[in-house]
Write a protein that binds this ligand. Structure first.
Ligand code: NAD
Length: 507
């Protein structure tokens, strides 16, 4: 472990704020936090958190840097991001290992998370040459009308523990090619991976002398988080986390007419129709429900199965679940690591109890796995449920899968949509009519709708995010870059007259 930490510049005690350059670390002075590995419940290292005063200093540097950064041509900003991507390639292995150590996801997913950052860097390099505006036909003679996009300024990035580094890259790399500067506040569960990312990109920041463009502030949500959200200099707050967090910060940002991009909780379902390829469906459900120990926003939490195949799916799933190896996520044979902490284990056990009280039947799992070397391990759990149980409308951030049954495709879609969240959804079917119904305007109400693949594991090329209580934000691909920019509509009169629109005369 020591070698791993050293290779990423992590000390026993670390400062918690930087403006990005290798000499940009501030001597922070707030309370220390300990990063605990969910693998064994033992401390990895400590971080001295930032005070509000540290935040202020970082914000000042960021604001100053914006003046220069916004005038650098976007393709040159893309070149900076390209070199960051190269650094991430170099450090993929240790950073992936640290993600696993600090967050607890299995090692293949730890590497996958860093790969996603690399992919995002590549995507942003291309995007830096494609910040397109439209040209419109003016109704007035010898006038030209077009729109252009300018950077917003300072962007606050608040991230959740479960994707401790990839979510930063979705936001920061895209926001940066758009000409913005970023201040990142990571989850207090995963401060070390954030420090490691800053150390990895620091040589690029030094080379281009762009101290203040990529900033980090590790601090409590009460002090630093709150200050960020309330700060009128923070033009956009991109916040990933629970719906409860979004509910707290959304109104605060709206009150000051700031922009927000909210990526909140999901409650994702897979519909399995009577004609589905059951082998594919079971593999997708198992990965979706058990992968990352059920701690993905896109984890499969409900399956809605046609009555005629419910028993078959249930039996096949139970068989698949019984083969899952639970344990130290650093070992290659392990498919499910721990939950993030003791609290998450207790929340899962309480949800199982509530579900049973509401009438759900426990079909598999349901227990804590006796601490493997002190970590927070649980059994993946399957429960038979009905749509009227309130518990199935909640996102319990743990591997609990509820099985519901349906008769008609309309009923299946209604069951799927009948939750407050709207992130990811899938259908397994070989029927064109079922598929198109699911994808139609009266189909899935989620931000992501898949056919014959599961709910989790989105690619960066599409815009990622969800509707309803998931917050409505979109990140990563497609035209998600527009949220980081302001649109300006420009009309140029190159005639010698002053015609007014709508034919109005004012002589
Ligand atoms: P969380 O809500 O506890 O914390 C998320 C982040 O918000 C942390 O950095 C936290 O410090 C910060 N925060 C909380 N209150 C704040 C406040 N008042 N002001 C400023 N910052 C504040 O979430 P978590 O437990 O870290 O992550 C799990 C949740 O995140 C799940 O609900 C999951 O679905 C969601 N999530 C959503 C997406 C998505 O893209 N939709 C992606 C990953 C995770």
């Amino acid at each position: 472990m020591q070698n791993l930490l050293e290779s990423l510049g992590i000390q026993e005690i670390n400062y918690g704020a930087t403006t990005g350059a290798s000499n940009g670390w501030r001597k922070t002075e707030a309370d220390q936090i300990e990063s605990i590995s969910p693998i064994d419940g033992k401390p990895i290292a400590r971080v001295i958190q930032a005070t509000v005063h540290d935040y202020e200093a970082i914000m000042q540097q960021a604001s100053e840097s914006f003046e220069k950064w916004r005038m650098m041509p976007a393709p040159q900003r893309g070149q900076v991001v390209r070199e960051m991507g190269e650094q991430l390639r170099k450090y993929k292995e240790p950073l992936g290992r640290l993600v696993t150590l600090e967050m607890g996801k299995i090692i293949a997913e730890g590497f996958g998370e860093v790969q996603e950052m690399i992919d995002m860097a590549d995507f942003c390099v291309g995007q830096s040459r494609q910040l397109y505006g439209l040209t419109m036909s003016s109704e007035r003679p010898e006038h030209r009308m077009y729109e252009q996009w300018h950077p917003l300024g300072q962007i606050g990035i608040i991230t959740a523990f479960n994707f401790p580094v990839a979510v930063w890259s979705w936001n920061a790399l895209l926001a940066a090619v758009c000409g913005n500067v970023c201040i990142w506040k990571p989850s207090s569960h995963t401060p070390l991976t954030a420090i490691a990312v800053q150390n990895i990109i620091a040589p690029v920041i030094d080379r281009y002398q762009i101290n203040g463009v990529f900033n980090l502030v590790i601090g409590s949500s009460k002090d630093v988080g709150n200050t960020m959200v309330n700060d009128p200099r923070m033009h956009l707050i991109s916040a990933t986390g629970s719906t409860a967090m979004g509910r707290r910060i959304g109104p605060v940002v709206a009150e000051r007419f700031g922009k927000s991009l909210l990526e909140l909780g999901g409650n994702n379902a897979i519909i399995v129709s009577e004609d589905a390829n059951i082998d594919l469906a079971v593999r997708a459900i198992t990965f979706g429900a058990v992968g990352t120990a059920g701690q993905r926003c896109t984890s499969t939490r409900r399956i809605i199965v046609h009555r005629s195949i419910k028993q078959k799916i249930t039996d096949t799933l139970i068989k698949a679940y019984s083969q899952i190896q639970i344990g130290d996520p650093r070992e290659n044979r392990i498919l499910m690591g721990p939950l993030v902490d003791e609290n998450a284990v207790n929340t899962m056990m309480a949800a199982i109890q509530t579900a049973q009280e509401q009438g759900a039947r426990l079909l598999y799992g349901g227990h804590r796995v006796q601490p493997i070397s002190g970590g927070f391990y649980v059994e993946p759990t399957i429960m038979e449920a009905q749509c009227q149980y309130e518990i199935i409308k909640e996102e319990t951030f743990a591997p609990i899968l509820y099985i519901l049954e349906y008769e008609t495709i309309q009923e299946a879609i209604q069951l799927q949509n009948n939750v407050p969240q709207g992130l990811s959804s899938s259908i397994f079917t070989e029927s064109m009519r079922n598929m198109e119904t699911f994808l139609s305007a009266r189909g899935s109400d989620c931000g992501i709708a898949n056919v014959n693949i599961g709910t989790s594991g989105a690619e960066i090329g599409g815009a990622f995010g969800g509707e309803k209580e998931t917050g409505g934000g979109r990140e990563a691909g497609s035209d998600a870059w527009k949220i980081y920019m302001r649109r300006q509509t420009c009309t140029i009169n190159w005639s010698k007259n002053l015609p007014l629109a709508q034919g109005i005369t004012f002589d």
